[in-house]
Design a protein around this ligand. Structure first.
Ligand code: GDP
Length: 445
């Protein structure tokens, strides 16, 4: 008997000992395992308490069993589940009893999921999502894996592929007309427009993915501003530990100091830039150069100024928030010193005393949520998926470029794009193209 036709079993729950262990059995002999061990096949999907016995009628365990008749099961085959007490001896005894049944063997890694895939219960991206979900450590990983398991990427890929196949059908039909010296160019225009739309959609998903990858690295926030305005002091406030040098002398923060913060679940790297100013000291010059570069590539800049209110100088594209520090020094009778309202996009803090820090952090959290938010991100979890989407885009781009010159080559590129997407979801079937042609067109030949 071929190994694929054999019935497989495995411990599906965690490592023993545990309170309860779940052993799954999948394959044509699943019903037989229940008959032999439980003495009956319970009603489908009904938890049923039984005393499991081995072939010598010796009790194995007081258990709960479940029966899922294929194809309405996780693998698409007949499935039996044994919920037993999770002791090693109980499991050893159950495994021995299962192995004693003909054509029943221990499963290989991933074999249940593989059977589910082969039986069309899930596509490849969903299978990958399932694996990611089992291995998810953080909440964010869990949500992403769940989206994939729910088929979000697979659904998109299927819809893109259907559109490509539809367009292919139009191109292929074009050849046939061409044989009769009558190429309906207007037939291809909507197909090409559709492909361009697809291209931008896939591009969008890949771009959103890059943002979501940035999320893994964390948001980069640069604390910048002239020397001595209190950047290091703010850094310490944020980190709540002494990571930066706080000194009353200008230019003492010679190097960039980074600190990783967890702001309400968002990983944020805060960079304390060296005092950005003209200097003759070569060591300090290097610090200034690096500070400028780092601040320029950050996602957000906190431009710190003190009461003197120096002008902002920012070289990157990142938004800049003006943070006025040392409000504790302000003349209480001076203009605006006590105003509770700060200008829009401006924060008033005392890094030394801690005033206004909570508001600043709240705003940073909102910024991170905004920056990384949106449902579009996190559809792609693997290099394989990214590469296949990249291949799909390349083929579609070639198709658009060449369509005016050669319909045949353009159609070939469409086939490649559809093939890449087919591989993404694990369903490559060239018959699809012909099916669509015959269904939607009357070629008449
Ligand atoms: P940096 O060069 O911008 O990093 O500035 P520092 O953090 O080293 O601070 C320069 C000086 O300003 C130090 O003497 C700090 O104690 C002082 N300082 C920082 N923040 C405040 C503040 O909110 N109020 C007051 N009064 N002094 C501050």
């Amino acid at each position: 008997m071929h190994s694929k036709d054999q019935t497989i079993f495995a411990l599906s729950s965690g490592r023993p000992p545990s309170a309860i262990a779940i052993v799954r059995v999948s394959g044509s002999q699943a019903a037989q395992t229940l008959r032999r061990l439980a003495g009956k096949i319970p009603q489908p999907r009904r938890a049923t308490r039984v005393l499991l016995r081995d072939d010598e009628r010796e009790p194995i365990d007081d258990a709960v069993v479940l029966w899922f008749s294929g194809p309405a099961s996780a693998t698409g085959e007949d499935v039996a589940e044994f919920h037993v007490h999770g002791g090693r001896a109980v499991l050893a005894s159950l495994f021995a009893a299962l192995s004693a049944i003909e054509d029943v063997r221990a499963a290989e890694p991933g074999e249940f999921t593989r059977r589910a895939f082969e039986n069309g219960k899930l596509d490849l991206t969903e299978a990958e999502g399932l694996d990611d979900l089992v291995h998810a450590d953080t909440d964010r990983q869990r949500r992403k894996a769940l989206r994939q398991l729910k088929g979000l990427l697979g659904d998109r890929a299927r819809s893109w592929r259907a559109q490509i196949i539809e367009a292919s059908a139009l191109f292929e039909a074009g050849f046939d007309f061409a044989d009769e010296g009558d190429v309906p160019a207007e037939l291809l225009a909507p197909a090409l427009a559709g492909i361009r739309r697809l291209l931008s959609e896939i591009e969008h998903v890949l771009a959103a993915e890059q943002r979501s990858e940035r999320l893994r690295e964390g948001l980069v926030v640069a604390i910048a501003g002239p020397p001595n305005v209190g950047k290091s002091t703010l850094m310490n406030q944020l980190a709540r530990r002494e990571v930066a040098i706080v000194s009353p002398h200008a230019g003492t923060t010679r190097d960039i100091i980074e600190v990783s913060l967890d702001l309400d679940g968002y990983p944020v790297t805060v960079i304390d830039t060296a005092g950005i100013r003209q200097t003759d000291d070569p060591v300090e010059q290097e610090g200034v150069r690096r500070a400028r570069a780092r601040a320029a590539e950050s996602d957000l800049v906190l431009w710190i100024s003190d009461a003197a209110g120096q002008a902002i100088s920012n070289e990157g594209d990142a938004p800049v928030w003006l943070v006025r520090n040392k409000i504790d020094l302000a003349d209480p009778n001076g203009p605006g010193a006590n105003s509770e309202q700060s200008a829009a996009g401006e924060f008033r803090i005392s890094a030394a005393r801690g005033d206004g820090i909570t508001d600043l952090i709240t705003a940073m959290v909102a910024f991170a949520r905004d920056y990384f938010g949106g449902d579009e991100g996190g559809l792609i979890s693997r290099q394989r998926q990214r590469e296949l989407l990249g291949e799909t885009m390349a083929a579609l781009r070639r198709c658009v470029e060449i369509a005016g010159t050669s319909e045949e080559l353009a159609a070939e590129d469409l086939r490649r794009a559809s093939f890449s997407l087919g591989r993404l979801i694990g369903r490559v079937d060239v018959e699809d193209i012909l099916d669509v042609i015959f269904r939607d067109f009357c070629i008449g030949k």
